[in-house]
Design a protein around this ligand. Structure first.
Ligand SMILES: Nc1ncnc2c1ncn2[C@@H]1O[C@H](COP(=O)(O)OP(=O)(O)OP(=O)(O)O)[C@@H](O)[C@H]1O
Ligand SMILES: [Mg+2]
Length: 113
Protein backbone atom coordinates (compact mmCIF):
# COMPACT_ATOMS: atom_id res chain seq x y z
CA UNK A 1 0.00 0.00 0.00
CA UNK A 2 1.24 3.44 -0.94
CA UNK A 3 0.30 7.01 -0.15
CA UNK A 4 0.34 9.31 -3.17
CA UNK A 5 0.64 12.98 -2.31
CA UNK A 6 -0.03 15.24 -5.28
CA UNK A 7 0.24 19.03 -5.02
CA UNK A 8 -1.37 20.44 -8.14
CA UNK A 9 -2.95 23.49 -9.71
CA UNK A 10 -6.44 24.04 -8.27
CA UNK A 11 -7.89 23.71 -11.79
CA UNK A 12 -6.57 20.13 -11.99
CA UNK A 13 -8.89 18.79 -9.30
CA UNK A 14 -11.85 17.90 -11.54
CA UNK A 15 -9.81 16.30 -14.33
CA UNK A 16 -7.66 14.37 -11.84
CA UNK A 17 -10.67 13.06 -9.94
CA UNK A 18 -12.20 11.83 -13.22
CA UNK A 19 -8.96 10.27 -14.42
CA UNK A 20 -8.54 8.41 -11.13
CA UNK A 21 -12.12 7.12 -11.28
CA UNK A 22 -11.35 5.69 -14.72
CA UNK A 23 -8.56 3.55 -13.25
CA UNK A 24 -10.71 2.46 -10.31
CA UNK A 25 -9.38 4.81 -7.63
CA UNK A 26 -12.14 6.51 -5.65
CA UNK A 27 -10.97 7.34 -2.14
CA UNK A 28 -9.03 10.55 -1.60
CA UNK A 29 -8.60 13.43 0.77
CA UNK A 30 -8.06 16.94 -0.55
CA UNK A 31 -6.69 20.00 1.14
CA UNK A 32 -6.44 23.62 0.14
CA UNK A 33 -2.72 24.32 0.17
CA UNK A 34 -0.26 27.05 -0.58
CA UNK A 35 3.22 26.46 -1.81
CA UNK A 36 6.03 27.08 -4.18
CA UNK A 37 8.46 24.79 -5.91
CA UNK A 38 11.81 25.62 -7.40
CA UNK A 39 10.81 29.04 -8.68
CA UNK A 40 10.38 31.81 -6.19
CA UNK A 41 10.39 35.46 -7.12
CA UNK A 42 9.72 34.37 -10.72
CA UNK A 43 6.44 34.41 -12.61
CA UNK A 44 3.90 31.59 -12.79
CA UNK A 45 0.40 31.61 -14.34
CA UNK A 46 -2.49 31.34 -11.88
CA UNK A 47 -6.10 31.65 -13.14
CA UNK A 48 -4.80 33.01 -16.45
CA UNK A 49 -2.92 35.78 -14.64
CA UNK A 50 0.85 36.05 -14.45
CA UNK A 51 1.68 36.13 -10.75
CA UNK A 52 5.03 36.49 -9.03
CA UNK A 53 5.72 33.21 -7.22
CA UNK A 54 5.46 33.58 -3.49
CA UNK A 55 3.10 31.05 -1.95
CA UNK A 56 0.43 30.34 -4.55
CA UNK A 57 -2.84 28.45 -3.98
CA UNK A 58 -2.61 24.75 -4.80
CA UNK A 59 -4.61 21.65 -4.03
CA UNK A 60 -3.01 18.80 -2.17
CA UNK A 61 -4.44 15.32 -2.67
CA UNK A 62 -3.78 12.32 -0.45
CA UNK A 63 -4.65 9.02 -2.12
CA UNK A 64 -3.90 5.63 -0.58
CA UNK A 65 -3.73 2.91 -3.23
CA UNK A 66 -2.85 -0.76 -3.40
CA UNK A 67 0.53 -1.55 -4.92
CA UNK A 68 -1.28 -2.92 -8.00
CA UNK A 69 -3.00 0.42 -8.68
CA UNK A 70 0.03 2.64 -8.03
CA UNK A 71 1.42 2.98 -11.55
CA UNK A 72 -1.98 3.51 -13.16
CA UNK A 73 -2.87 6.14 -10.58
CA UNK A 74 0.41 8.02 -11.06
CA UNK A 75 -0.05 8.04 -14.84
CA UNK A 76 -3.66 9.20 -14.52
CA UNK A 77 -2.73 12.09 -12.23
CA UNK A 78 0.12 13.28 -14.42
CA UNK A 79 -1.81 13.12 -17.67
CA UNK A 80 -4.79 14.97 -16.18
CA UNK A 81 -2.74 17.65 -14.42
CA UNK A 82 -0.07 18.46 -17.03
CA UNK A 83 -0.36 21.72 -18.96
CA UNK A 84 3.37 22.00 -19.57
CA UNK A 85 3.68 25.24 -17.62
CA UNK A 86 5.78 25.75 -14.52
CA UNK A 87 3.78 25.14 -11.38
CA UNK A 88 1.88 22.13 -12.77
CA UNK A 89 2.70 20.35 -9.55
CA UNK A 90 4.64 17.64 -7.84
CA UNK A 91 3.77 14.09 -6.82
CA UNK A 92 5.51 11.89 -4.29
CA UNK A 93 4.92 8.37 -2.98
CA UNK A 94 5.40 6.96 0.51
CA UNK A 95 4.95 3.49 1.96
CA UNK A 96 1.84 2.89 4.06
CA UNK A 97 2.14 0.42 6.94
CA UNK A 98 -1.52 -0.20 7.67
CA UNK A 99 -5.02 0.82 6.58
CA UNK A 100 -8.13 0.08 8.63
CA UNK A 101 -11.75 0.45 7.51
CA UNK A 102 -13.42 1.56 10.72
CA UNK A 103 -16.90 0.24 9.86
CA UNK A 104 -15.85 -3.36 9.28
CA UNK A 105 -12.50 -3.70 10.99
CA UNK A 106 -10.96 -4.85 7.67
CA UNK A 107 -7.25 -4.19 7.46
CA UNK A 108 -4.62 -4.08 4.74
CA UNK A 109 -5.24 -3.89 0.99
CA UNK A 110 -8.89 -4.98 1.26
CA UNK A 111 -9.52 -1.92 3.41
CA UNK A 112 -8.09 0.42 0.74
CA UNK A 113 -10.79 0.01 -1.91
N1 LIG B 1 10.31 19.79 -2.69
C1 LIG B 1 9.04 20.04 -2.37
N2 LIG B 1 8.58 19.71 -1.15
C2 LIG B 1 7.30 19.94 -0.80
N3 LIG B 1 6.39 20.50 -1.61
C3 LIG B 1 6.81 20.84 -2.83
C4 LIG B 1 8.13 20.63 -3.28
N4 LIG B 1 8.24 21.06 -4.56
C5 LIG B 1 7.02 21.51 -4.88
N5 LIG B 1 6.16 21.40 -3.85
C6 LIG B 1 4.74 21.76 -3.83
O1 LIG B 1 4.22 21.50 -5.12
C7 LIG B 1 3.68 22.70 -5.67
C8 LIG B 1 3.92 22.69 -7.14
O2 LIG B 1 5.31 22.64 -7.37
P1 LIG B 1 5.86 23.06 -8.78
O3 LIG B 1 4.99 22.48 -9.83
O4 LIG B 1 6.08 24.53 -8.82
O5 LIG B 1 7.25 22.24 -8.75
P2 LIG B 1 8.60 22.62 -9.46
O6 LIG B 1 9.59 21.60 -9.03
O7 LIG B 1 8.91 24.06 -9.19
O8 LIG B 1 8.27 22.36 -10.99
P3 LIG B 1 8.08 23.45 -12.13
O9 LIG B 1 9.44 23.83 -12.59
O10 LIG B 1 7.26 22.74 -13.17
O11 LIG B 1 7.31 24.61 -11.54
C9 LIG B 1 4.38 23.81 -4.92
O12 LIG B 1 3.58 25.00 -4.93
C10 LIG B 1 4.52 23.22 -3.54
O13 LIG B 1 3.30 23.36 -2.85
MG1 LIG C 1 7.60 25.58 -9.74
Amino acid sequence: MKLITAVLQTSALGPVKSALAEVGVAGMTIYDAKGHGTQTGKVEVYRSQRVKVDFLPKISLEIVVTDEKLDAALTAIQEAARTGAIGDGKIWVTDVLQVIRVRTGETGPTAVE
